[in-house]
Design a protein. Structure first.
Length: 97
């Protein structure tokens, strides 16, 4: 199964969720959630992301393989794959720093 999201209608709204690398609980501090929030704001202001809803969750108690980031969004540039690439790259660089 591919790890890439598939977007058949580039102007549609989509629900996506992201898994953490090796399922590590990296979102255990408010500082990390602040970086995620900053990333959403950045992509909204600079990359044409229209966010309808998002949820950041440190973990799910009911499952070991939980995901931690959920989005319902669309993009004004009709490039959802590029937008997610930019969001992930921006967020990763901030988290690593």
């Amino acid at each position: 199964m591919t790890r890439k999201h598939k977007f058949h209608n580039k102007s549609a709204s989509y629900f996506v969720s992201f898994a953490r690398v090796y399922w590590l609980d990296i979102f255990i501090s408010q500082a990390y959630f602040s970086i995620l929030e900053e990333s959403v704001s950045y992509c909204s202001a600079e990359k044409g992301m229209e966010v309808f809803a998002f949820c950041f969750m440190p973990s799910h108690a009911c499952t070991e393989r939980s995901r931690s980031i959920y989005f319902v969004f669309r993009t004004y540039q009709e490039d959802p794959s590029g937008l997610l690439r930019n969001f992930k790259g921006y967020t990763a660089r901030k988290l690593i720093k």
